[in-house]
Write a protein that binds this ligand. Structure first.
Ligand SMILES: Nc1nc2c(ncn2[C@@H]2O[C@H](COP(=O)(O)OP(=O)(O)OP(=O)(O)O)[C@@H](O)[C@H]2O)c(=O)[nH]1
Ligand SMILES: [Mg+2]
Length: 365
């Protein structure tokens, strides 16, 4: 992360400038300054080179003129597309999943997190490693600079498969440990509340406010990677509950990552209540909410009680409009995790949900 600033050209869908904006933030996280946005029409994808020949020529000349050596495609490219594009330009060709994987690689701190990221990277790079393509030799370690398994010369096809196998075994044993912990928690009857949401929504800030923890927060995407669980006091009747802070969601999360992080993310399935944090100051929040709902569905956690928390109220000037907004996007509570505005009301809402759940459970007996 201490690499000197780099510049890039972002090839993004001209129909969705907000996702290109998000790519700029992702690149900022990797210390890459995005130089130029190159909008293309992605409703017509060219199978061999992703963009059309004409556009490719334009892109090539732009990279030459700007002396940019990094071109980032804000979408997933196939191995063949990357290979073909790499033959046509000297600039390094990188796709969206690779950027997200690199961010995860630079962020992972726990043993499990590191193995999960490494597994995802190995899976993603499998076709390239298998083909031993020269163009990819130049890519190795370019972005994050410290991605796992980067000394390509040492990597043979067999050792990659072996590594994947070993990682899977290690993850299985870590999963067992987590299951033991979970069983203990379930025996203790402590209520678990999972805080989920799009990356940068303010989950960790809220987690800290509710648990008096000091999980690092930052205006960077994917600041938190590992699930963290802490006790927080609700009120006299319920006492303390457990809150857990999770990795943020994002649109087009690489499937290798979802697969690798399944163990961690599956913990959400065991929550008694899911608190969905959404950044109301972000004009793109409705699409963020959709991504969150879709991810919860993918994780088979969409049946769990939810509480919608509209965060960053201090950055939302149109408070009088909130009721109609909530009608449109879902009833919820407007708070500021940073200034702690409406935090007591949030605790009341959580308490109400938990009490309803306890009554429901009691009636079912
Ligand atoms: N103004 C304002 N900023 C907030 C609020 N809540 C969080 N932030 C800021 O938003 C940024 C992201 O906050 P985090 O708590 O790290 O967000 P997160 O959802 O945990 O992000 P990831 O872990 O990266 O997915 C930080 O700069 C916070 O200070 C809020 O209520 N108001
Ligand atoms: Mg966080």
């Amino acid at each position: 992360m201490n690499n000197p600033k780099k510049t890039a050209i972002i090839v993004g869908d001209r129909h969705t400038p907000q996702t290109t904006k998000e790519m700029e933030l992702l690149l900022k996280t990797l210390n890459i300054e995005s130089e130029v946005i190159f909008p293309v029409d992605l409703s017509k994808i060219h199978p061999a080179t992703f963009i059309t020949k004409g556009k490719l020529e334009e892109l090539k000349n732009l990279a030459l003129a700007l002396k940019t050596d990094l071109i980032v495609f804000d979408d997933e490219l196939s191995y063949t597309q990357i290979r073909n594009l790499s033959r046509l330009t000297t600039a390094l060709i990188v796709d969206r999943p690779r950027i997200i994987l690199d961010i995860f690689a630079s962020r992972a701190t726990t043993k499990e997190g590191k193995i999960q990221v490494e597994l995802a990277i190995l899976r993603k790079r499998l076709p390239e490693i298998v083909h031993q393509n020269k163009a990819f030799d130049q890519q190795v370690g370019f972005i994050g600079g410290k991605g796992p398994g980067e000394r390509k010369a040492e990597i043979t096809r067999r050792s990659i498969y072996q590594k994947i196998h070993q990682h899977k075994i290690q993850l299985k044993s870590l999963e067992k440990q987590r299951k033991t912990k979970r069983d203990k928690r379930m025996d203790s009857d402590l209520i678990l509340i999972s805080i989920v949401g799009y990356t940068n929504a303010g989950k960790s800030t809220l987690f800290n406010a509710l648990t008096r923890d000091q999980t690092p927060t930052d205006d960077l995407l994917f600041h938190t990677l590992d699930t963290k669980t802490r006790k927080g006091y609700l009120n006299k009747t319920i006492g303390s509950v457990l809150f857990s802070d999770t990795v943020g969601f994002i649109r087009k999360l690489p499937h290798e990552l979802v697969e690798a992080f399944k163990g961690t993310l599956e913990e959400i399935q065991f929550a008694d209540l899911i608190m969905i944090v959404v950044d109301i100051s972000d004009p793109d929040f409705p699409s963020h909410l959709n991504t969150v709902y879709q991810t919860l569905k993918d994780l088979k956690a969409d049946h769990i009680d939810q509480l919608l928390v509209y965060n960053k109220a201090d950055l939302y000037p149109e408070k009088t409009n909130f009721n109609s907004l909530a009608k449109q996007y879902g009833e919820g509570i407007l708070i500021s995790a940073l200034s702690k505005e409406s935090l007591p009301e949030l605790i009341q809402n959580i308490t109400q949900k938990i009490e309803d759940r306890i009554h429901k459970k009691a009636n079912a007996l």
